[in-house]
Design a protein around this ligand. Structure first.
Ligand code: MLT
Length: 407
């Protein structure tokens, strides 16, 4: 009799965004005459930048000719893309990251979900609350936690992000081995200062810990004082792994391309106390389980770093940030305290009431989908996340409907 991985029984029945999609589908089926506006899941709506589309066409034509056809590519990504990333995302910001420390992949969700498997199952975890559910759930699947009691898994040190700390968690009192951080934050949209990130890097160095730094939303940072990469912090090269995605930067949610930076000095130890380079372990895992991102998609991603590509992606992000500003102003005008939306595409609204109730209210009365804060963790209760990813017309209509619904 085949048996299941019992850790899966500890998980909530379904993934947050699947759960929401089901509720929205039920509403749409019951009220087909009421068009719904989706400001829930952070899925982009605007087309790919023209430079990416042009590169995609050229690369697709290359695949149609014997002389330029490509089969399997390097699992870690083509050199042209890894080099562009190293130069434009890192060297340009004074960060010493080599092209061969960059692993191209089909998404940060997969990377941050998969990376934990190279560490032991009995390590100590520190995970923010509220949080992108993937960090917690993949550790539950791997058996690093106990059961869920009252909305929290035992064996995890939760880093509370609350109104009191401006949604940027303090360092844990005790030691942790693997720390998840995400800035600009999903779901709160809060950003961390250089000083705050420096404290995390020093903590990780002190405890010989590793930070998994998710900076999928770094392109939305407009405040010049806020670091875009953890590697802007001295000493981070020895203790931090960074996830970046083209999804929110250039509209690649359906196109799929991202990368993970694993600097060679990052170490983890075996049971005998011998150090191992995490880079080598991740390379081993990546080459065994992944066959690389499609060549035309990597060409499209590389086009982001051309002059045209930079201008077009900059305009795309400005567009979503202008939506974010409208949402934040409207919700503030309705009397709510909000964070995010200035250096992030998410606005975190302190509703002061049950977050699923508020979600239902917006869906039923305004036909607007948001994300209930409780879905991101216990500290998310009382909040909802509104995403700026939609057309200007839809955002404006949604805000008019929300104002009418809450009047
Ligand atoms: C979100 O809405 O939190 C994101 O779209 C999730 C993701 O990027 O996987």
């Amino acid at each position: 009799m085949i048996r299941i991985n019992e850790n899966y029984t500890k998980l909530k029945a379904s993934y947050l965004f699947s759960d929401i999609a089901k509720r929205v589908s039920a509403h749409v089926a019951a009220h087909p005459d009421q068009p719904v506006i989706r400001l829930g899941i952070g899925d982009v709506t605007e087309p790919l930048p023209a430079a990416c589309v042009a590169a995609l066409h050229v690369a697709t034509d290359e695949m149609a000719r014997r002389e330029t056809f490509k089969g399997y590519g390097p699992e870690q990504g083509y050199a042209f893309l890894r080099e562009a990333v190293a130069q434009h995302d890192y060297a340009a910001r004074g960060c010493a990251i080599e092209a061969d420390e960059i692993f191209i992949s089909d998404g940060s969700k997969c990377d941050c979900g998969n990376l934990q498997e190279i560490f032991a199952t009995d390590i100590r975890l520190a995970i923010p609350d509220p949080v992108y559910p993937v960090y917690v759930d993949t550790n539950v699947m791997a058996g690093r936690t106990g059961g869920n009691v009252d909305g929290r898994y035992s064996g995890v040190t939760y880093l509370d992000s609350t109104p009191a700390n401006g949604y940027v968690p303090a360092l844990p009192a005790g030691a942790a081995d693997l720390i998840y951080l995400c800035f600009p934050n999903n779901p709160t949209g809060a950003v961390a200062t250089r000083e705050q990130l420096t404290a995390w890097v020093e903590y990780a160095r002190r405890h010989r810990a590793v930070i998994l730094f998710d900076s999928a939303y770094e392109a939305y940072i407009r405040d010049p004082r806020i670091p875009h990469s953890i590697y802007e912090i001295p000493g981070a090269r020895e203790v931090a792994i960074e996830f970046r995605s083209f999804s929110k930067t250039a509209g690649f949610t359906g196109t799929r391309c991202a990368y993970t930076v694993v600097p060679k000095p990052v170490q983890a130890w075996d049971a005998a106390g011998r150090p191992h380079a995490v880079h080598a372990l991740w390379n081993r895992r990546h080459t065994t389980k992944f066959n690389g991102v499609a060549y035309p998609i990597q060409r499209a991603a590389a086009a982001i770093y051309t002059g045209e590509g930079k201008r077009q992606t900059g305009a795309l992000i400005d567009f979503y940030l202008a939506n974010a500003r409208l949402i934040r102003e409207a919700m503030t005008g309705l009397g709510f305290t909000c964070v995010g939306g200035d250096n992030a595409p998410y606005i975190w609204v302190n509703t002061g009431r049950d977050s699923w109730e508020f979600f239902d209210l917006l869906l039923q009365r305004a036909q607007v989908v948001c994300t209930p804060g409780a879905g991101f963790g216990k500290c998310g209760e009382g909040h909802v996340r509104i995403s700026a990813f939609n057309s200007r017309a839809n955002v404006e209509t949604a805000l008019t409907r929300i104002a009418a619904a809450l009047r």
